[in-house]
Design a protein around this ligand. Sequence first.
Ligand code: FE2
Ligand code: FE2
Length: 299
Amino acid sequence: MTLYTQATQRLAVLDRRETGYQYALSDIPFDGAAAPGRFFADDFLRDVGVPTDVIAREDLREPLQWALAVAHCEAFQVQEELILWFDEVERARLGDSRSIRLLVEEEAKHALGFERFAQALKTRHPEWLAAYERGFAESRAVFGRKHDAAQFPSPSAYHHMFWLLVLHFEEYTVWVEQRLRGAGAQPAWVELHRLHRIEELQHLATDSVLLTALEVSRELRAAHARGLLATLAANFWHYVPVHPARVVLAAHFGVELKPTAPMTRLGFWREVCQSPVFKRTRELLAYLDPKEVPPAPAA
Ligand SMILES: [Fe+2]
Ligand SMILES: [Fe+2]
């Protein structure tokens, strides 16, 4: 039986949505994936903690950009496959909401799209691939971890923690797309993320209602928000997948890449605290005592 019994009216409204927003896998310009070009703007790299002297080095530009781009595709794919896995094992408790069905169908398509794009990108630099794969495997072990339902006090609590992580991840994917606009990035890369964002905005509306629809105490919502914050801060370069690039730069360029500051002192955290893109992550963090949420760092 479904656990989503609280916001039934809001879920019913979402369930009646039109699906004209959807795109097809064939809309993604995979042919352009291996074309030269940049994937991330310098200010994005600074915001996620890459040191400016590394960003400025001409010889490191391609390995850094390449590894970060492949890692984003594969990290998105892994997170989306986690949603497919969760749907498979928890189908009965998720219920038969059309919104959840649409979300799952769309994530299956996204996972395929990011996988294909990653494969095309990988052909650009076979010489760095082994180091990249080592780094990505380490990151995947952290952010791709499946929670154990038995560690939660109730099935609703388990579902709540799951959607909370999904919601933040989806806002992150929308943020990445936003930061590509006007950044002169490779056109196929920009289009891949532009299409993805359209469906993610629908998912965010769904996640948000699903989180409210679960019968979970305020205390538990706060504990999960605390958990989200601690998990992100402790594993920042795995969740924002810079770590594989770090392994490539160490193995092939003798550069030891270190973040310029802890997560809550980076531009990324300022964006989480202030950007409209992260408004739903902020709604989750609002369950905490304000003293528990580090303030946005100065610009
Ligand atoms: Fe997605
Ligand atoms: Fe999504």
